[in-house]
Design a protein around this ligand. Structure first.
Ligand SMILES: Nc1ncnc2c1ncn2[C@@H]1O[C@H](COP(=O)(O)OP(=O)(O)OP(=O)(O)O)[C@@H](O)[C@H]1O
Length: 431
């Protein structure tokens, strides 16, 4: 690894008109430029020669990309020249696991070719491993390579702590037919969203599992009726909790989705356990973590979560215009899952503990405790099917007036909400 000297500096005395000073990086074949951009700062990156990709998405020649609050790498298979804003912390790395990652793509492609001649499903890849090993990054790379070949895989995000498809707290799936946008991420896709309402799996593991099952059923149905979806397959990203209950949830997810390719990132113990457990048609592969993967502090993660919610309402570059809407308590039904009343002990066998049903829906009376909460608006027309229904969008509660019995919410668009059923969890947006 070496940090390249500044090879070009553009400046001037007229500060208002001064172009942003840049640095040129020459990347030899199979090298990458790794960089980090703090929240509130912007990096400018332009490909001025050769070919390069950002987590599987090709950079257009001479197009300036603006990136904020992120850490990442631009990789080249051949060689390239990049122009980068001078203030960006960046260095060139010559050792990357990209060749091994590309082999996973090749295995996926072989599965696709073989399933063209039978009725089996295409690759169902699940990426597992501890936190900060590059699971999301390889998911994007595989999506990029698949779409560049004309496939449209379904991407499933089972990490409610991050929110790569929509806001954190959700579990979702989206059909991806073009590489992930370098600046905007996956925001342009039309996802199937279920609201878990929490950022941690241990808040209500039974609910999480129920939502994963519902998601898998919808995807399975789609794959049965849509040839392109069947052959293209599924790429599932998981969260980094791999011990105890986290491991159990992981196994459930692998089984529920009937994964046929398990990619274990950077963990020998998990690889050994899964390799022992899954044999036959299910392939288990171990991959190294890239030396570029950043360890994100809990503060950075929290900031990323909060900025994902801000992006949902205001857009990545602040170009969206959300609306304040007043909702009458009588026109809405706010529900939370897992707060159902405990079964009376007289109804339980002797010695059994009275427990709260984790899937029980409980109506929540609006109160000032709801301020700052993120509520999901369900498409459902009946309370019974709420846990299987798609989410239309999210509302942010800014005010609850107990005298007028009205609450003020921030909504992404004006007008009536599509259903009176709103789901609430523990997710709050604190700017
Ligand atoms: N080669 C690389 N160079 C620079 N940054 C990278 C590289 N690969 C990944 N990163 C960055 O490192 C961070 C962690 O990577 P990623 O999100 O893929 O890990 P993860 O395993 O999915 O994490 P978690 O499960 O904790 O959410 C991200 O900000 C990502 O953009």
């Amino acid at each position: 690894m070496d940090r390249q000297d500044i090879s070009s500096f553009i400046g001037g005395t007229d500060l208002a008109a001064a172009p942003i000073p840049t640095v040129i990086f020459n990347l030899p074949k199979e090298h990458e430029l790794r960089f980090e951009v703090e929240h509130g700062e912007t990096a400018l990156i332009k490909l001025i020669e050769g070919n390069a990709e950002y987590f599987g998405t090709e950079l257009l020649l001479n197009r300036e990309y603006k990136l904020t609050g992120c850490k990442g790498a631009v990789f080249t298979w051949n060689s390239c020249k990049l122009e980068v804003s001078q203030s960006t912390k960046a260095y060139i790395a010559n050792e990357t696991p990209m060749m091994q990652y590309a082999r996973v793509h090749k295995i996926m492609d072989d599965i696709r070719i073989s399933c063209l001649s039978n009725r089996e499903s295409g690759p169902k890849v699940i990426i597992v491993g501890p936190t900060d090993v590059g699971k999301s990054s390889i998911s994007k790379i595989l999506l990029g390579y698949s779409t560049r070949l004309g496939y449209a895989p379904t991407f499933v995000d089972l990490d409610p702590g991050q929110g790569s498809i929509t806001i954190p707290g959700a579990v979702c799936a989206s059909l991806v037919d073009k590489p992930v946008d370098i600046e905007d991420g996956l925001t342009n896709s039309l996802p199937f969203v279920q609201y878990y309402g929490h950022t941690s799996l241990d808040a209500n593991p039974t609910l999480f599992k129920a939502l994963v099952s519902s998601l898998a059923t919808s995807i399975e149905k789609r794959m049965e009726t849509n040839e392109q979806a069947r052959v293209s397959g599924v790429i599932i990203n998981t969260c980094g909790w791999i011990d105890g209950l986290g491991y159990e949830i992981l196994i459930d997810s692998i089984d529920i989705f009937k994964a046929n390719l398990i990619v274990v990132m950077d963990n020998d113990k998990l690889y050994s356990e899964l390799n022992k457990k899954y044999t036959g048609a299910i392939k288990v592969i171990k991959l190294p973590k890239s030396g570029g993967v950043y360890l994100r502090s809990p503060i950075f993660r929290k900031k990323t979560r909060m900025s994902k919610i801000r992006e949902y309402f205001y857009g990545i570059s602040g170009d969206l215009c959300p609306h304040f809407t007043i909702l009458d308590f009588k026109d809405i039904v706010v529900l939370k899952t897992g707060g159902g009343p405990a079964a009376p002990s007289s109804a339980l066998p002797i010695g059994a503990q009275s427990v709260i049903d984790p899937l029980q829906l409980q109506e929540v009376t609006p109160s000032t405790d709801m301020i700052h909460s993120i509520l999901a608006v369900s498409y459902t027309k009946s309370k019974q099917s709420i846990l299987k229904s798609n989410i239309a969008g999210f509302l942010y509660v800014t005010e609850v007036n107990l005298e007028t019995k009205k609450m003020t919410v921030l909504a992404p668009c004006p007008g009536l909400i599509p259903s009176k059923f709103l789901l609430m969890g523990t997710l709050k947006w604190l700017e």
